[in-house]
Design a binder for this molecule. Structure first.
Ligand code: CA
Length: 229
């Protein structure tokens, strides 16, 4: 490998690492509920009305509590995030913590929608493929991680929805607390804070650097071999 090649590789690596660091963004607004209210969230109360959507002790600080006891859907959304900024097939990583009590047909669904500008969706994903349940101990928080992709039309942005719902079963309870909602993507998101390093499944800058370096070195070795034989 010539000195020139090494310099070029180092330069490419530095530029790539810099770009990756700048672009991975948490686009959730008030995902940790630390404003102490539902700022950034769109609310669709269930059978209990606003009393079923409250701010309670979180993990840490504040969290959302969605309580449903009748056959109804109690919904909060990070709605219509960054319209026009997404591309089809783009990866979105989602993480959040839940705790609470669910029984007799009480469930929580986390859903990701690619929204059309005129209403409707081009893609709807139930994260995890079904309902999510809290730990049996209502004081224990469980962290969930999912990934989704952007649908063919996201002109109305991306929506992450939490739906605490009850089936028509006597004694049903869906009493969920939600905290630390993080929605990360490789996007120039003006709204969210920089990504929290504790959480994401997306490779960090240094991990990306290693991946790139490995690929580049492999390429150089392969090229040299071809020249030798
Ligand atoms: Ca919190």
């Amino acid at each position: 490998m010539s000195k020139k090649t090494i310099t070029a590789l180092a330069l490419a690596l530095t530029m790539f690492a810099g770009a990756a660091q700048a672009a991975i963004t948490d686009v959730a607004v008030n995902g940790d509920f630390e404003t102490g209210d539902f700022t950034g969230w769109t609310l669709f109360p269930g059978s209990l009305g606003p009393a079923g959507q409250t701010i309670v002790a979180g993990n840490p600080g504040s969290a959302a509590r969605l309580l449903e006891t009748a056959p109804a859907a109690n919904i909060i959304k990070q709605a219509n995030l960054l319209p026009g900024e997404w591309t089809e097939g783009q990866l979105i990583e989602i993480q959040f913590d839940i705790s609470g009590t669910a029984g007799a047909g009480g469930v929580l669904f986390a859903e990701l929608f690619s929204e059309l500008s005129g209403g409707g969706t081009s893609k709807a994903e139930i994260l995890g493929g079904g309902p999510l349940f809290p730990d049996a101990n209502p004081d224990v928080w469980t962290t969930y991680n999912f990934s989704g992709t952007v649908g063919p039309d996201s002109s109305g942005g991306i929506t992450l929805q939490f739906n605490s719902a009850c089936a028509p079963v006597e004694g049903c309870i869906a009493d969920y607390r939600i905290d630390n909602v993080i929605i990360t993507a490789d996007i120039e998101g003006p709204v969210g804070p920089p990504i929290s390093p504790r959480t994401s499944a997306i490779p960090t800058t240094s991990q990306w650097a290693l991946i790139m370096l490995t690929m580049l070195l492999g390429l150089v070795v392969f090229t040299n071999r071809k020249r030798l034989f």
